[in-house]
Design a protein around this ligand. Structure first.
Ligand code: HEM
Length: 350
């Protein structure tokens, strides 16, 4: 960054400090130079050095809380990675998914893809408390979700990527958008791609990001129809490999057990690797939305990508990292839009 811009940022910072405004602390120095993009027209785009002056220890704090949380509960890495996805697909990466119900908020946590399913909110709270202690009012909840998603991936053995920061937090949430914009496990490849395209993501990003299912678990409710009644004819999904179908049947009975869990990648559920792609090529993908990637159905590029990632883990890692950056850049609030919440569960001065 040119020194003239740094000087300008510093002088504005000290001016705001003298004026005694809290808002200054939330700006994190990333907002003066031109550029724009996203919803903060006229402000600097997201930048990896956004907190370099205002909270240089931000990532270290995130990682230290994550290390503890994941050591206690290895699934937490998967849950936090998923939270970032469910945040970004609903009115952009603005931490709207973290807001609890209140007189002005209908929480996205109650939407069908989230209810009784998304988790990790206590860990985000813990990170926020630690950050508020170290640098009050500076690091947004939306950036915490971004850093937690990367940290969780790395701590599970997956790739590292540089994250751009400076997202601000929404003062709104949308349960309706959460119901509509987050793709369902019953979607076929065509619908999955349409859903990703709505967010500006392409075929490569769909396949690479689906590889997040290399870690974590799903409830029987999310794949039970595949075992007992895929097409309304009381028959299992014929793309399910038979031995795998039998194993799943012992976890998910025909009636009840909807909250029983099965790993998305049973071969290595805690390791971020490319096994997921090998499994779906063998009919051992857990969700219909996983298995549909190899169905063909007019999407030969998608099948080729699955094969390429199954053969070449480094290629998967590199595409996953690029795709996470792109997903993390969906419609961020920047500059004077939104706010830096003090508590990720509620808007300031509600
Ligand atoms: C392609 C469309 C996608 C669909 C249809 C989908 C659907 C699902 C479903 C149904 C579950 C299980 C939820 C439950 O039963 O409680 C799940 C879990 C998970 N999803 Fe996805 N997902 C998709 C894409 C993604 C993306 C893009 C990411 C992240 C980049 C992701 C990360 C995860 C993770 C890590 C888990 C395990 C969470 C845990 O164990 O707590 N998913 N997904």
């Amino acid at each position: 960054m040119p020194s003239s811009i740094i000087c300008m940022q510093l002088s504005v910072f000290f001016f705001m400090l003298i004026m005694g405004t809290n808002a200054t602390l939330g700006f994190g120095f990333g907002w003066v130079s031109g550029g724009g993009g996203g919803s903060g027209e006229g402000y600097a785009p997201l930048s990896p050095d956004f907190y370099d002056l205002s909270c240089p220890q931000a990532n270290d704090i995130v990682i230290s809380v994550l290390e503890k949380a994941i050591a206690q509960d290895p699934r937490m890495a998967a849950s936090l990675l998923r939270l970032h996805f469910h945040d970004c697909f609903v009115q952009g990466c603005d931490a709207s998914v973290l807001l609890d119900d209140s007189p002005t908020i209908a929480s996205e946590k109650r939407a069908k893809p989230n209810a009784n399913s998304v988790r990790g909110f206590e860990v985000i709270d813990e990170i926020k408390v630690a950050l508020e202690e170290a640098c009050p009012g500076v690091v947004s909840c939306a950036d915490i979700l971004t850093l937690a998603a990367r940290g969780s991936t790395v701590l599970s053995g997956g790739p590292y990527w540089e994250v751009a920061l400076g997202r601000r937090d929404s003062r709104t949430a949308s349960i309706n958008l959460a119901n509509v914009m987050i793709p369902a496990p019953t979607f076929n490849v065509q619908r999955l791609l349409a859903s990703f395209k709505q967010q500006g993501l392409d075929e490569t990003e769909l396949v690479a990001l689906s590889g997040a299912h290399t870690i974590g678990m799903a409830r029987c409710a999310s794949f039970k129809n595949r075992l007992y009644n895929q097409n309304g004819n009381n028959q299992p999904d014929e793309t399910l490999e038979k031995a795998f179908l039998n194993e799943l049947g012992s976890v998910c009975p025909a009636s009840g057990g909807d909250n029983n869990l099965s790993p998305l990648d049973y071969a290595s559920p805690k390791a971020f690797d490319n096994t997921y792609f090998k499994l779906i090529l063998g009919g051992r993908g857990l969700l219909f939305s996983d298995e549909t990637l190899v169905a063909g159905n007019g999407f030969p590029n998608i099948v080729e990508l699955v094969k390429a990632y199954a053969e070449d883990e480094a290629l998967f890692f590199s595409h996953f990292a690029d795709s996470m950056v792109k997903m993390g850049n969906i419609s961020p609030l920047m500059g004077s839009n939104g706010e830096v919440r003090q508590n990720c569960r509620r808007v300031n001065n509600y």
